[in-house]
Design a protein around this ligand. Structure first.
Ligand code: ADP
Ligand code: MG
Length: 527
């Protein structure tokens, strides 16, 4: 098994990676990092979410010399969001090294960027247009660049950046390492690679078909913003003997277990940082049912053999179908009933489809318990508990005096109401809160109207748009209302309950292969 320690990299980087919660390299990282460290040009093809950023980010941080105050690595990304994201990830990897990174993108004040560049930057991550701006103004010197990365190359070409990219390539030193990452490899990219790369090593992470065990598999679509609340509602509704909740990173595991413990759930964390004694203690508590849910990463759960696991919950959707199959295989052992529950945010919907395809299973959608159902359940449980307590009749010896004082001064109905309120006021909720307020958008009653910056120019029709939205946001076509398509923009109405999902799915997303911009419509513009 490859671990990060196997790579010949600075211990300061290893420490940073461990802080990030990464336990072991992902498949693309295992293959690409040694080759990049060797100095070879590399083409990496792997789907989104497979860890390509760290695959080039780790070698970059290793290779840059902090004492040399010049830009030594340049990363091109298609969008500003991605530039910021990649810069953030490289900054984390460089946490214990004096390597400075800077994202450069359109929309931000150029003066600010010029000042930041003057301070001395080692790694620049930017969108092609704005980079060319700086090159032309002479505010970005690239003659010491030794590593160039084209991240999401297919996207950049789709967005028409080919000329810009070639212009940048021409001003870079010929003596350099070129890395190209992409989810797909269309002909245009091969041509680009042939022209500008030196005998590149092709690394392709393919996925073999895997079969999922026959246990019940369901998913809930949840909003990024409300993931924790959604999980709690699911946990409240499930009859669980023992369950395992999976997160992507150690850090995620720690955060989630703290949050759930704070809310009174019987959970504990299992991850690679625990000593053997700590691990044994957690496992002992779990086997004996003192804790109900174990929260773990894929690595930590390896080799874990517990019968009676009734629930596997993917709080973070797994990065690949193999790990999905591994995870859910922890339940339904010895012919017992098991259920695998996956939380899916709108942006992860595609990942869910990939898992379904490669495992050849249908994962059934389920609706989150509504606020009303959650309230009803809690109230019924409270009533049952109180009745049971009355039946037993053994309460605390000190309550007597307070009880007498209340009984002699308050009428019994009011008193009981007040007590129930006092006991449950923090747990009952009135408003379903989506976390979004789209304001007045000029939509029909119960609907939200969105503005999209694409229209007939990308050949959408109402039917195509409705189908596509229902696919990517996981909402039913019935939730989609009036659609008005113009030459270069579109208005679409969706039900209030579906609106947050459509919004999260489109915000940084694509429609029919084109990146789109979405915002709540202004009421005035209704026709
Ligand atoms: P890609 O560029 O392939 O779409 P990213 O580099 O954005 O994927 O990685 C997706 C997510 O996985 C990020 O949140 C990243 O921090 C996380 N990640 C990357 N490598 C690892 C790893 N080895 N272990 C755990 N999480 C990782
Ligand atoms: Mg990426």
């Amino acid at each position: 098994m490859t671990v990060f320690q196997d790579f010949s990299i600075d211990p300061a980087i290893l420490r940073a990676i461990s802080d990030m919660g990464f336990e072991e390299p992902s498949p693309i990282q295992k293959e690409a990092i040694p080759k990049i460290l060797e100095g070879l040009d590399v083409i990496g093809q792997a789907q989104t979410g497979t860890g390509k950023t760290a695959a080039f980010g780790i070698p970059i941080v290793e290779k840059v010399s902090p004492e040399l105050g010049a830009v030594q690595a340049l990363v091109l990304t298609p969008t500003r969001e991605l530039a910021i994201q990649v810069s953030g990830e490289i900054r984390k990897i460089a946490k214990y090294k004096r390597v400075r990174t800077l994202p450069i993108y359109g929309g931000q004040s150029i003066g600010h960027q010029i000042r930041a560049l003057k301070m001395g930057v080692h790694v620049v991550i930017g969108t092609p247009g704005r980079l060319i701006d700086h090159i032309e103004r002479g505010t970005l010197t690239l003659d010491r660049v030794r590593i160039l990365v084209l991240d999401e190359a297919d996207e950049m070409l789709d967005m028409g950046f080919i000329d810009d990219i070639e212009r940048i390539l021409r001003v870079l030193p010929g003596e350099r390492q070129t890395l190209l990452f992409s989810a797909t490899m269309p002909e245009e990219i091969r041509r680009l690679a042939n022209r500008y790369m030196k005998r590149p090593v092709m690394i392709k992470v393919t996925r073999e078909e895997v079969t999922a065990p026959s246990i019940e598999q369901v998913y809930y679509k949840v909003l990024e913003k409300n993931k924790l609340d959604a999980l709690c509602r699911i946990l409240d509704a499930e009859e669980t003997e023992l369950g395992i909740i999976f997160c992507r990173t150690k850090r995620g595991v720690d955060e989630l277990s703290e949050q759930l413990q704070a809310r009174g759930y019987l959970v504990d964390a299992l991850h690679g940082d625990l000593s053997q004694a700590q691990r044994d203690k957690v496992m002992g508590d779990f086997r004996s049912g003192r804790i109900e849910y174990l929260i773990a990463t894929d690595v930590a759960a390896r080799g874990l053999d517990v019968t009676n696991v009734t629930h596997v919950i993917n709080y973070d959707i797994p990065q690949d179908p193999e790990s999905y199959v591994h995870r859910i295989g922890r339940t339904g052992r010895a012919g017992k009933h098991g259920i695998a529950i996956t939380l899916v945010t709108p942006r992860e919907m595609k990942q869910l489809r990939v898992i379904e395809q490669l495992t050849r299973t249908r994962i059934q959608p389920r609706e989150l318990p509504t606020v009303e159902e959650a309230n009803e359940r809690r109230l019924a449980q409270f009533v049952a508990e109180v009745k049971a307590m009355v039946e037993q009749g053994d309460w605390h010896p000190l309550v007597e005096e307070a009880a007498e004082s209340l009984i002699s001064s308050v009428d019994p109905r009011t008193l009981v109401r007040a007590l129930v309120h006092y006991a449950l006021k923090d747990e009952l909720t009135l408003e379903p809160d989506s976390g979004y307020d789209f304001g007045e958008t000029g939509a029909a009653a119960g609907m939200v109207r969105f503005f999209l910056n694409v229209g007939k120019n990308i050949n959408i029709t109402p039917k195509k748009l409705a189908d596509e939205l229902s696919q990517i946001a996981g909402v039913s076509v019935g939730e989609i209302g009036r659609i008005d398509i113009f030459d270069r923009f579109t208005f679409v109405e969706v039900s209030e309950s579906a609106a947050p999902f459509v919004y999260e799915a489109l915000k940084q997303g694509k429609l029919l292969g084109t990146r789109v911009f979405v915002e709540p419509a202004k009421p005035r513009s209704r026709r």
